[in-house]
Design a binder for this molecule. Structure first.
Ligand SMILES: Cc1ncc(COP(=O)(O)O)c(C=O)c1O
Length: 393
């Protein structure tokens, strides 16, 4: 048996494929049509918020958010160093000074106490990343941010469906982004995203910002004009817009996947809980501990392996690969270590937990199309390797 690190999170059923084929054959227009409206409306109902807009990726959503923040030179944005690079790039591109946030040793997601220490009079925004599908409970800093006029951005690229209390992640802050990239809990044919903007005046700018600035002319159109782009004005208040639209077929994929999201997430939760419980007696393997009474949707399952003098995380990974053909990953290279961030002036940091976790962390393959047989093989193999390594600890 072989367990790969899959580049797709789930499969489409024949029924889904039939639905998508119908869109390919009949949709007119092929972009920006009624499938877009329908996808956005289903998504809006799911997270119980208006002002959601489909875009081409979560990175695109974050670009739009960073434009809406109207960042000025010297504005600071606090972003965890332990996340995927897309959580930070848009803010750096739009002129912010990035202040790297550390993670909590146990949950491995943002540490609210660390964030509090890093807030200054120049802090314009804080990015909360619900990494691994974990719902980070950041409710305690909301009043502080309100008082200091600091905007909260939730990066929910990995966590659609996770909940804090009774609310879906992405609905407590001022802005949020979601990803439908190939490896996320649901995908719109490999790429896609959604942006939520709480303030309705700012939200009104998103359709233009994602579509080359197109917006209605102030004057009334003549009814014999064709609905071509020449019919639209172009102005998003002195801002150069983007082209971040999602095609009708991708929106169709979003519609079919939204119907399955909870079922797929529940399978992830069930498997993750079984995995963690099955290995609970191996204290050298510490899974990310969850915030109590929150719903986590386990986009990934990761843990830290406490090294001894003789064995470490790399031994665990290598044996899993060599003997059992199970391919794991190390995530995420602390962002301040990347040449790009260093060269652009963002190499300074104070993130000891991020550093330590990166050196010892292991992420297990967790694509939802893995069969039960494969999943059982994986967790049994991990157990065997842990037992084997104990002889050398
Ligand atoms: C935490 C996080 N934020 C943002 C992104 C960007 O998502 P997308 O690939 O849709 O741009 C990702 C993608 O891996 C991610 O994991």
């Amino acid at each position: 048996m072989k367990i790969i690190w899959s580049g797709r999170s789930h499969n489409y059923s024949q029924k889904d494929i039939n639905y998508l084929t119908k869109i390919i054959k009949t949709a007119d227009p092929l972009t920006q049509g009624h499938y877009l409206k329908s996808f956005e409306s289903i998504f809006s109902k799911y997270i119980q918020k208006n002002n959601v807009f489909a875009v081409s990726s979560a990175a695109a959503a974050l670009e739009i958010i960073s434009l809406l923040l109207r960042l000025k030179k010297k504005d600071e944005v606090i972003i965890p160093a332990h996340t995927y690079c897309a959580s930070a790039i848009p803010f750096a591109r739009n002129g912010a000074k990035i202040v790297w946030g550390d993670i909590d040793v146990n949950t491995r997601v943002v540490d609210i106490n660390d964030i509090k220490k890093k807030i200054t009079s120049k802090t314009k925004a804080i990015v909360i990343v619900h990494l691994y599908g974990f719902a980070c409970d950041f409710r305690k800093i909301i009043p502080l941010c309100k008082k200091k006029k600091i905007k909260i951005i939730e990066d929910c690229a990995q966590s659609l469906g996770a909940e804090i209390g009774t609310k879906k992640v992405g609905t407590l802050g001022d802005f949020s982004c979601y990803s439908f990239h190939a490896q996320k809990n649901i995908t719109t044919l490999g790429e896609g995203g959604m942006v939520y903007v709480k303030n309705s005046d700012l939200a009104a700018k998103v359709p233009g910002l994602r579509h080359n600035g197109h917006c209605n002319f102030k004057f009334k159109r003549k009814n014999y004009w064709s609905p071509a782009m020449g019919n639209l004005d172009m102005d998003i208040e002195n801002t150069w817009p983007y082209k971040f639209t999602l095609s009708e077929i991708q929106c169709g994929a979003g519609i079919v996947m939204m119907k399955k999201l909870d079922k797929l997430n529940n399978l992830r939760i069930k498997r993750a809980e079984r995995f963690i419980n099955y290995l609970k007696n191996f204290e050298e393997l510490k899974f990310n501990s969850s915030f109590k009474s929150k719903k986590h949707v386990y986009h990934l399952v990761s843990a830290s392996y406490t090294p001894s003098k003789k064995v470490n995380r790399d031994d665990l990974m290598q044996i899993l690969y060599n003997r059992y053909s199970i391919k794991c990953a190390v995530q995420y290279y602390p962002l301040y270590k990347y040449s790009l961030f260093k060269k652009m002036g963002f190499g300074k940091h104070s993130c000891p937990n991020t550093e330590k976790f990166y050196n010892n962390m292991i992420s297990f393959p967790f694509h939802v199309w893995m069969t039960n047989k494969q999943f059982n093989y994986m967790i049994a193999s991990v157990k065997k390797v842990l037992i084997y390594l104990r002889k050398y600890r």
